[in-house]
Write a protein of this length. Structure first.
Length: 402
């Protein structure tokens, strides 16, 4: 372990300078502590320091370090609290991964082009999709103007897109390497995030990826396919279909025709690496999660929407002092539903985190369930869910499906 600390300290000493863009430390070993740490260089009173921003639930903590203290701080984080560290400089990208047995793996590579480093203390927040840089799908979807400025009424949408891409960025090291990634977005709607995920993975990260967006609305699907064709996104397809009955496409799409109607088929070809389900209404989220488990998806990202199933069923005499208030009953039912979903994913071999998607001030539906498939899993299920649901007088769709 001492050797690990020395390697990390040496890496930080080599990269922590005026060319450092950012350091992102993620994948915590234990839940309930700090979820993520971001570090960037700042110039204060003529001295180069490194500002740490630590995210713990809804709280954010800031602290500044000099170069030596920063190296020790990160070495301690990686020895005790986290498994992943991404370092970006103006010319280089380094990744530090720590296995469950404590083995460290460091990879460094040069990057094409140079990131502009801003050392000001109060700089504008850095987004994956940057303000001022025109992105075709953001323009057509009404988020940006032609010159890349964010339309004021769509700024929350812009932040939401970038926040979701940060979740994708965090799990990139867990996805398969050396082959095409297969991703399905259930209930894609107007597909702001579907386009963003494709753009980020294919155009920014340079990965070979195929993404299928599924939705019930024929006009929305037609419009999304037209836009994908317009941008030349050859690996992005949109299908009309129902989540509960969807099993995949009959055939891989050939040359895309603007007037061709894509429909859901009966057999999925190829492994599914990631399942995304954002604001799929009520039990549609359960069907999407069940499909992800069935296909053995490496990653699951789910933001549930309205949840009525438990609210209609819940019947518990001991909780009646709370349940008699409709608003409290609704919120409690939603939290119980997501708690059950998270536990069922854990029972089926996933490491699960419940994260805040966007600020509560923008929407109360801000919980993201993120599941990463375990490399080692004994298949044993933990007791507790059945006892709790019996106590509450409920049974959820996901319980029946998995």
């Amino acid at each position: 372990m001492e050797e690990n600390r020395e390697q990390i300290t040496e890496l930080i000493s080599d990269t922590a300078n005026g060319e450092l863009y950012q350091i992102v430390i993620s994948n915590p070993r234990q839940k309930g502590k700090i979820a993520k740490v971001k570090i960037r260089p700042v110039m204060l009173k003529g001295c180069l320091l490194f500002q740490e921003t630590a995210y713990a639930g809804t709280q954010v903590f800031h602290k500044n370090f000099d170069k030596d203290a920063l190296a020790e701080r990160i070495a301690e984080y990686m020895a005790e609290d986290f498994r992943q560290c991404e370092i970006e400089t103006a010319r280089e990208r380094a990744t530090v991964l720590v296995s469950k047995k404590g083995k460290i793996n460091i990879k460094r590579k040069r990057v094409c082009g140079e990131k502009k480093v801003d050392l000001s203390h109060n700089r504008t927040k850095s987004y994956i999709l940057e303000e001022g840089t025109p992105v075709p799908f953001l323009i057509d979807l009404g988020v940006q103007t032609e010159d890349g400025k964010i339309i004021k009424a769509k700024y929350d949408k812009f932040k939401q897109i970038n926040r979701f891409l940060e979740f994708i960025e965090d799990i990139l090291p867990t996805l398969p390497k050396g082959r095409k990634l297969q991703i399905i977005d259930f209930g894609c709607g107007k597909s702001y995030l579907t386009f963003a995920v494709y753009y980020y993975l294919n155009r920014i990260q340079g990965l070979d990826v195929e993404i299928v967006g599924l939705d019930l609305k024929e006009d929305v699907i037609r419009r999304c396919n037209e836009l994908a064709q317009k941008y030349g996104y050859e690996g992005l397809y949109f299908l009309q279909g129902d989540i509960s009955t969807y099993e995949g496409r009959r055939n891989m799409p050939g040359e895309r025709k603007q007037d061709k109607k894509y429909e859901a088929g009966t057999e999925y070809i190829g492994k599914v690496d990631m399942v995304i389900t954002l604001h799929a209404c009520d039990t549609a989220t359960d069907y999407a999660l069940a499909k992800a488990v069935k296909w053995g998806a490496e990653a699951i990202l789910s933001v549930p929407c309205c949840q009525h199933e438990v609210n209609k069923q819940i019947d518990c005499r001991e909780l009646m002092p709370v349940l008699k208030y409709g608003l409290l009953k609704e919120r409690m039912s939603a939290l119980i539903t997501d708690g059950i979903r998270a536990n069922l994913l854990e029972e089926n071999g996933y490491d699960v985190q419940i994260l805040e998607f966007i600020d509560m001030e923008h929407t109360p539906k801000n919980i993201l369930i993120r599941g990463i498939k375990k490399r080692e899993w004994n298949g044993k299920k933990k007791p507790g869910i059945k006892e709790m649901t019996d106590f509450l007088g409920i049974e959820t769709t996901l319980q029946r499906l998995v």
